[in-house]
Write a new protein. Sequence first.
Length: 194
Amino acid sequence: MTSLSSVCVYCGASAQVADVHKDAAHALGEGLAQRGIRLIYGGGRVGLMGIVADAALAAGGEVVGIIPDHIQSMEVEHTGLTELHVVDSMHTRKRMMVERADAFVILPGGLGTLDEAFEVLTWKQLRLHDKPIIVADVDGYWRPLLGLIDHMVAQGFARVDRSRLYRVADQIDAVFTALEDAPAPSHPAHSRHL
């Protein structure tokens, strides 16, 4: 594949999670920085979001946060980033994250992470982009969701070619291997439709 200059990471903002997820976020942020890959993320300083950003920064990496003003007003934005963009809506945030990223990694998270993940997956299915998407199934966190997707396919509600749409990695080393092995995009993003 062509070399990655930036990876968008979707993940949770809760700090009340198992250490295995915190460790994975730290390893991902550090690993991106060590490879010279810019982190694009939601701009928060709490939970896995804060951990992945802090780890990338501590390892000398560039970190770009994109946060809606209504979330920034709750004082949860990370103030030590390379760049912090405050935007007018969640829609603008998600569009900018997709436009600035060469690939996506989905760490464990909650409803917000699901929203971002399904949007980027749907956009890829609709051929609005063709960037690699890696589901980081740390400690089996996403196993129920992956089972649901298989159920939707079996019931005829989705035609998902998992190998074309996304890859699953059960540890962070495997995330980087999947990113390295992903094919280069076969068509340009149609960002005017995002």
